[in-house]
Design a protein around this ligand. Structure first.
Ligand SMILES: *[C@@H]1O[C@H](CO)[C@@H](O)[C@H](O)[C@H]1NC(C)=O
Ligand SMILES: *[C@@H]1O[C@H](CO)[C@@H](O)[C@H](O)[C@H]1NC(C)=O
Ligand SMILES: *[C@@H]1O[C@H](CO)[C@@H](O)[C@H](O)[C@H]1NC(C)=O
Ligand SMILES: *[C@@H]1O[C@H](CO)[C@@H](O)[C@H](O)[C@H]1NC(C)=O
Length: 395
């Protein structure tokens, strides 16, 4: 496996850069953060249903920036679908949100969800067991987010947390606020970067193709365990398209991850692609395919009989976003985002309670990954995110 991975990296590097192997390509998360001059510790958190998730803590900034500030606001960063906590640290320190928040004076915690590269352990099952992969993001809302929040509260002694979520991580935050009122007390301010909720109007070609497939064939084709495991991705990128033509290869990658808006630092693609996609279950992908078909933001659909057993009703419950009254929420959307499109996000906003204080921010020409990887996010987006967090807090 290691050998294949190395061949994969080398192939990518030959195509994308003429320079040396970037140390960030081969580094694990703690090494990566240390290499850039920041403190970082790794922690393991066990969920109520037995998944063991890795969480990173960056307590202060570079060169001791804001090290002695006391008390420090605590921020929890939650990554998106097929992504990992790496995502907040993949650009240069002055560009990536994880570092910027640490330098600003936040006590930074970055979570991971079950099924990604930092969520592959379970107290009972291994990744070879089909039971391990029996989850969608409903379980991330129900178990992963609560376990990580409890852990952060305990470690910091704080009673409140600032929440920043990207994509699925945004949907997780909003979902948790809607079904567990206690997070309306714990979260002090929330910034959702392209939160994935309604998906009916998404425009990603690959997802549309999969959504047109019958559910049964989807599982027949992709199996019931992990979606796009490493081998699959390597085959696609390194052997098929990329071996044929590097330009086509780059286009394929951008087709999967979003439009090419020119906001990515292309020399850094090897760094991004060595840590992403980070994995999830086919069942979770299927959950998104269900949402694309239904035009609702609802829990996993087990079919009429299965829904009766699971939910006591024949259809899956919708996430009750109208229940969210607190804290103030900033919604950040991009005009070129193919995965979270205006028609979909407007459906979410239309359901918000008039008692909730919320703000909509749009970033021109931003696509789905620019929120985390955009080389200009530190000028176009993050100042607004920080401004939102510090000036719109629950009373
Ligand atoms: C990263 O690698 C270093 C050196 O091998 C190791 O000590 C550390 O525990 C690793 N961190 C993670 C998060 O795996
Ligand atoms: C950071 O603070 C520690 C403890 O006070 C000190 O030993 C270290 O030299 C400082 N590092 C820098 C880069 O200022
Ligand atoms: C997966 O979970 C569902 C609902 O929680 C359950 O009905 C089903 O039996 C589980 N399947 C496996 C293979 O564990
Ligand atoms: C773009 O990526 C390269 C390679 O990692 C890096 O050396 C360079 O500093 C980056 N440029 C910007 C503007 O961040």
């Amino acid at each position: 496996m290691k050998i294949i991975k190395i061949i994969f990296f080398l192939t990518l590097l030959v195509f994308f850069v003429n320079s040396q192997v970037d140390p960030d390509v081969l580094a694990n998360i703690t090494q990566l953060i240390h290499n850039h001059g920041y403190p970082c510790t790794n922690h393991k958190v066990t969920t109520e249903d037995g998944y063991i998730l890795q969480v990173q803590h960056v307590p202060y900034g570079r060169n001791n920036a804001s090290r002695t500030q006391d008390p420090k606001p605590v921020v929890y960063l939650q990554h998106g679908l097929l992504d990992s906590s790496f995502t907040w640290f993949l650009n240069e320190p002055n560009e990536a949100l994880g570092y910027i928040l640490a330098d600003y004076g936040f006590d930074v915690w970055a979570g991971n969800v079950r099924g990604n590269t930092m969520g592959l352990e379970h107290i009972k099952w291994t990744t070879n067991d089909v039971q391990f992969w029996n989850f969608s993001y409903d379980e991330m809302i129900q178990y992963d987010l609560p376990a990580i929040v409890d852990f952060i509260l305990e470690e910091t002694g704080s009673s409140e947390i600032y929440y920043v979520g990207h994509s699925q991580g945004g949907g997780m935050g909003l979902g948790a606020l809607s079904i567990f009122p206690k997070y309306q007390e714990i979260f002090k301010s929330v910034a959702l970067l392209a939160p994935a909720t309604y998906e009916n109007h998404q425009q990603c070609f690959l997802l549309s193709l999969l959504a047109d497939m019958e559910q049964k064939y989807f599982f027949d084709f992709f199996g019931e365990k992990d979606f796009m495991p490493e081998t699959w991705w390597i085959e696609l990128v390194a052997n098929t398209f990329c071996a044929a033509d590097p330009i086509v290869c780059e286009d394929i990658i951008l087709l999967i991850v979003g439009a090419d808006t020119g906001n990515l630092n292309e020399s850094r693609l090897p760094v991004f692609l060595s840590h992403t996609p980070a994995g999830s279950s086919t069942k979770n992908i299927n959950h998104y395919l269900q949402l694309i078909r239904t035009n609702k933001w609802q829990m996993y659909d087990y079919g009429t009989d299965g829904n009766m057993v699971k939910y006591g009703q024949s259809t899956p419950p919708e996430y009750p976003v109208e229940n969210v009254l607190n804290p103030p929420i900033g919604f950040f959307f991009g005009s070129k985002d193919l995965l979270v499109t205006q028609k979909d996000w407007e459906q979410t906003l239309a359901r918000l309670s008039p008692d909730l204080q919320w703000t909509e921010y749009t970033v021109p020409d931003y696509d789905h990954l620019d929120y985390v990887w955009g080389v200009n996010a530190h000028t176009l987006l993050y100042p607004q995110v920080i401004q939102h967090l510090v000036s719109n807090t629950r009373k």
